[in-house]
Write a protein that binds this ligand. Structure first.
Ligand code: C2E
Ligand code: CA
Ligand code: CA
Ligand code: CA
Length: 277
């Protein structure tokens, strides 16, 4: 009955409110975090099989909150996407990544960076000119910058997303479809996507060594991509058996804890030096 519903909501409302207040606080704190240096960009290497070298790093955001400690990006990125705060986060990440790239360039370290871009960023008309500014400011060639865009971000607004991807591609930026295999794009849509690379979601990769179905999936995705002229990156590589399988399947790059987790720049530099010895 109506009365009963009322009674129920009276019981449940306080905890719901507590949750939304927490979310609101988190979002107002995110604004501060951007200015107070609580956000950090960490770098996770990608191994290129043919070169047998680390050629790119994925930039992954870390929020170290003064009271709550570590806040996972899986928690605050979706919130920032809902509130529109993502634009400032993305611009911040692009700036830090390009600055880091400039620093590596001046040290003679040949690396590219991959930055994650949300659906809302992709259809923001100001993104291409902002990136163009950064490339000039940090004296970078555009191909050193990869943008990782999720399959679902493209599919949420395919027409505008394709327009944006075409503009970014014509600027010489490298484009990658993230979390590939978890969305619902058809073959026809995939063929139309102006991208260079597919990132195979870690859901298919984590148990690759032991799971025969995953092996079939990943092998098929890699040859599909290759037949469309696309490179492939497998994320979530946690053991050497999976790394060897991916190499045998003709995968272009591997990323995962077997190589390294995402590290702050100074620790990444040490890891990279040791790897190259
Ligand atoms: P993603 O783009 O799919 O990033 C890959 C995630 O997998 C990262 O989690 C990474 O740490 C994790 N990972 C890498 N290798 C392994 C592995 O071998 N095993 C396992 N189990 N996990 C692995 P992280 O850093 O927590 O990021 C989570 C998500 O947050 C990212 O997923 C991305 O969607 C989002 N995100 C992170 N940074 C940014 C950013 O700067 N901008 C935007 N828009 N989103 C970001
Ligand atoms: Ca990514
Ligand atoms: Ca991914
Ligand atoms: Ca993901």
């Amino acid at each position: 009955s109506c009365k009963e519903q009322h009674y129920r909501s009276a019981i449940y409302t306080p905890s719901l409110n507590k949750y939304s207040v927490m979310r609101l606080n988190l979002m107002s704190e995110l604004k501060e975090a951007l200015h107070d240096g609580q956000l950090h960009l960490y770098y996770q290497p990608k191994l290129a099989f043919q070169e047998n070298a680390i050629t790119t790093v994925e930039c992954l955001i870390r929020w170290i909150h003064p009271e709550h400690g570590f806040v996972s990006p899986d928690e605050f990125i979706p919130l920032a996407e809902q509130t529109g705060a993502i634009r400032n986060v993305t611009n911040w990440a692009l700036d830090v990544a390009c600055n880091q790239l400039n620093s590596w360039q001046s040290q003679g370290i040949q690396l590219g960076v991959a930055v994650n871009i949300s659906a809302m960023d992709l259809v923001d008309m100001r993104l291409p000119s902002y990136i163009a500014e950064l490339l000039v400011r940090y004296k970078l060639t555009p191909n050193l910058l990869t943008l990782e865009v999720t399959e679902s971000a493209v599919m949420s607004n395919p027409e505008n997303a394709l327009k944006a991807l075409n503009v970014l591609k014509s600027m010489g930026i490298t484009l990658s479809i993230d979390d590939f295999g978890t969305g619902y794009s058809s073959m026809a849509q995939l063929k139309k996507m102006p991208v260079h690379e597919l990132k195979i979601d870690k859901a298919f990769v984590l148990d690759l060594a032991s799971n025969k179905e995953d092996q079939v999936m990943v092998k098929t995705l890699i040859s599909l991509a290759a037949n469309l002229g696309l490179k492939t990156v497998a994320e979530g590589v946690e053991d050497i058996e999976s790394l060897k399988l991916l190499n045998a399947f003709g995968c272009t790059k591997a990323q995962g804890f077997y190589l390294s987790k995402a590290l702050p720049a100074d620790q990444f530099n040490q890891w990279y030096e040791t790897f190259n010895q």
